[in-house]
Design a protein around this ligand. Sequence first.
Ligand code: NAD
Length: 508
Amino acid sequence: MKEILEKLGIKEVNHGAYCGEWLHTTGEEVDVYSPIDDSILAKVKTATAADYDIVAKKAIEAFKIWRNFPAPKRGEIIRLIGLELRKYKDELGRLVTMEMGKIYTEGLGEVQEMIDMADLAVGMSRQLYGATIQSERPEHRMFEQYHPLGVIGIISSFNFPVAVWAWNAFVAGVCGDTMIWKPSTSTPLTAIAVTNIVHKVLEELGVPKAIFNLVIGRGNEIGEKLINDKNIHLVSATGSCQMGKRVHQAAAKHYGRVILELGGNNAIIVMEDANIELALKAVLFGAVGTAGQRCTSTRRVLIHEDVFDDFAQKLEKAYGSVPIGNPLDEGVLMGPLVNQSAVGAYKNALEKIEEQGGEIIYGGEVLTEDVPGNCYVLPTIAIARNDMQIVQEETFAPILYLIKIKNINQAIELHNDVPQGLSSAIFTNNLQYAEQFLSDRGSDCGIANVNIGTSGAEIGGAFGGEKETGGGREAGSDAWKAYMRRQTNTINWGKTIPLAQGVEFDID
Ligand code: NAD
């Protein structure tokens, strides 16, 4: 472990602010724990408000230089960062696992997602197109173009400690923005490691290093400073609905733009004609993968009454064979929850399930034996009703609710009857069910799938959700537009000034 930390430039005590160089921060010193065995990995001296101000000033200065780079040249720099990430894939993947607790193959997958995002952004850098528009006036040309927006704030959650940054940073980077990253205080080491990698590339190239900046500190201190800063043109915030509401309110005060990527309450509908084996696999990965700590984790399964009992039995059996343990060990499929507070939320939900009339049919236990730490739990299945308060909430833990449905209309009604709207899926071979689910009367989520689960989105599409999930979109498709300033232009190449809508305004 020591070797990995050293290779990634992580010291025993680290500074928590970067703006082309590491600042000597003097804020609160936080211990960074590994949920694997509760050991301390390293310490971080967090950024103070004064440190934040220095970082913000540098980011603004760097923007004035960075925006002048042609977009494909910016893309070339992101390409080189992607190449450097490839060299550190194994170490960074391990650090993700050690700091956050997801299994090693998922840690590696997360770094691969960063690399893929870099590649996607390189392509995007030559495709930041605007439209040409037919003018109603003679000898006029109309078009739109996209300019760099400014300094972007990136607030990331613990569960994708580096991928969330890459979704935003590489796109914002090719768009000509500079940025300030505020990671979760549960996972600051991966952020420091990534910043060290980026620093190395930018230093070798001799370009301004304050493009990709970092401040580490608590949400209610340094996070608040960032979201209330009127010099931040866009805050892209990933985390709980509660945090997103706060970001939205703060940004509204200075008309700031936001991208909100918040909580989900994702469901899979299993119809009577579904391929049950496929559905079981998708539900198992969706609910148990990452120990239920993905925004797209499957939280509810709406199962047709004809196949309910059979499905529940098979799922229980599958849950019984999930290897739980040290996420660095080969073969383990479920590691720990991120910390004790997450274990507390899991226990609290178990109590509520029983109080509100649900029935736990598998799991419901914190593990104390044969695991290396105190954050391991059994994945849990409960039979529940959709209107139970606990089912309406997102508990960030591997708890899955099975809900019986009678037909497709009822399934879709219950599916949409939650406050969140991120990811959704239906398992069916019936074309009408599938099309109804994808239609304007179907799923109200940002992501809707047929015969694949809710979890594990590809970066090529725009990612995000509706309702309390916040409405933001990140990664592929045209999500880049949110990171740029759109301008509509009209050029008159004639010798008269005709007005639009036929308005006459001539002096005789
Ligand atoms: P969290 O809301 O506790 O923290 C997320 C980030 O917000 C952290 O960096 C935190 O420090 C910061 N923060 C908290 N209060 C703040 C404030 N007042 N001002 C500014 N920043 C503040 O979330 P978490 O526990 O780290 O992550 C889990 C949550 O994230 C879940 O709800 C999950 O669904 C959601 N999530 C959503 C997506 C998505 O794309 N929709 C992706 C990943 C995670």
